[in-house]
Design a protein around this ligand. Structure first.
Ligand code: SAH
Ligand code: SF4
Length: 394
């Protein structure tokens, strides 16, 4: 199982290297390795995350070669006719990123949360939810399996805002994972202290997934009682200045939200120097104050993916599980055909997965991890997408 194709280092400019994949060039930052021209690496999210021997790289590339060009051909065919909005977006995605598609794994390690966001099933006032917290060893084992057995190269570690994991525990976790696993470590742990994020960066984390949720400060403060919009946005900016790759975005379909509000959300995301846009539908959870709201339509979400791609062509756009939940059969495929070029696979141990109930009936949880990987690979291949790094910059 392979989620990344190794590339050859063909240029080094200080900590920025140029990596070549079957003739395509991508930039990647190198924080961790002593590299020379001609060596082979894996890059993810624009970071070099592993150096591998020439012998190993050439045998992997040999196995990929024929398939890679076939995939390119399929993708070029599927994105050739930009007639409607979605096709125009797909055309631009292909023009700027080729057939690269990034597949991250996500491990949801705790559903305890100190916050009370009105839209979320993990909110502290939801007394119906059975809570769980994975121990540090257990998280490391899950990551080890994901990277060293399943082949993932980028992992998102997500939780409610749970202070049980203090700076020391989070840093210990990151250091242990870095020791055992060659992967990009992305934190999605909410609005934690700046010092925690500083130390986590030193320990080796390089990405943060933190949405601002809405660009409307009044709504933000209504939907996230006790929180201040400016502080959230300031934290995102601060984390980016510390060196973190930022994955951020918003919820679509919050009560009262109109199309023109979402336009502002798209623009705010773009100002935050995002490595990746992460936005998705709000799906009401019955045990929350917004439980009787309506969910947005699939068409609206696809339109926003397409509009984002057209307005900001050089963006990386994630298809969220929430979008897949709106349409289990076609959500992922249609998202990828409307301008998106990234997705996540849930790697949370089966005994916890259903308990991470941000919203009900999340897609993809009825399959084992291995079955889900197989179905994603089948889909990506049918769309002509390959797991080369999306690269840096733009
Ligand atoms: N606690 C962290 C990370 C976990 S929540 C945080 O809040 O940042 C991750 C994301 O889930 C949130 O950013 C929010 O946008 C999304 N979310 C919460 N409730 C949701 C719902 N009912 N439907 C869809 N997405 C939801
Ligand atoms: Fe907690 Fe995040 Fe859910 Fe808010 S969205 S209640 S911070 S898990």
């Amino acid at each position: 199982m392979c989620y990344a194709i190794p590339g050859k280092v063909i240029g080094i400019d200080d900590d920025l290297v140029t990596v070549e994949y079957f003739g395509e060039r991508k930039q990647a930052k190198n924080d961790f390795f002593d590299l020379r021209l001609g060596e082979y690496v894996y890059a993810q999210g624009g970071f070099v995350i592993q150096k591998i021997s020439e012998e190993e790289a050439l045998s992997i590339l040999d196995a990929w070669k024929e398939l890679f060009f076939k995939l390119q051909e399929i993708d070029s065919r599927l994105s050739a006719k930009p007639e409607n909005l979605y096709q125009q977006a797909n055309y631009l995605r292909q023009k700027y990123f080729g057939n690269s598609c990034c597949v991250h794994g996500i491990i949801e390690f705790s559903n305890y949360c100190r916050n009370d966001c009105l839209y979320c099933g993990l909110r502290k006032s939801n007394g119906k939810l059975k809570r769980y917290r994975m121990g540090i060893e257990e998280i490391i084992e899950t990551a080890d399996y994901a990277v060293n057995r399943l082949g993932f190269k980028a992992l998102v570690f997500q939780s409610g805002e749970d202070p049980w994991y203090d700076t020391e525990k989070i840093c210990e976790l990151i250091r242990m994972i870095r020791k055992k696993c060659a992967c990009l470590i992305i934190l999605s742990i909410g609005e934690r202290e700046e010092r925690l994020y500083q130390e986590a960066y030193k320990a080796g984390a390089r990405g943060v997934l933190l949405r601002f949720e809405t660009s409307n400060p009044l709504w933000y403060e209504k939907f996230r009682p006790g929180h201040i919009w400016e502080e959230r946005v300031e934290l995102i900016r601060k984390l980016n200045s510390l060196g973190y790759l930022i994955m951020t975005g918003f919820l679509i379909g919050l009560p009262g939200q109109r199309k023109e509000d979402v336009e502002k959300d798209i623009d705010l995301t773009a100002t935050l120097n995002p490595e990746m846009f992460s936005f998705g539908p709000f799906i009401p959870h019955p045990d929350t104050p917004l439980g009787t709201s309506l969910k947005p339509s699939l068409e609206w979400i696809l339109e926003i993916i397409a509009r984002t791609r057209i307005k900001y062509p050089y963006s990386r756009i994630l298809v969220t599980t929430a979008l897949e939940t709106l349409d289990r059969r076609n959500g992922l495929r249609l998202g990828l055909l409307s301008g998106a070029n990234s997705l996540m696979i849930n790697l949370t141990p089966e005994k916890y997965r259903l308990l991470y109930e941000i919203y009900p009936e999340r897609a993809g949880l009825d399959l084992t991890v291995e079955e889900r990987i197989n179905s994603v690979i089948k889909l990506l291949q049918s769309l002509g997408r390959a797991p080369t790094d999306l690269g840096r910059g733009g």
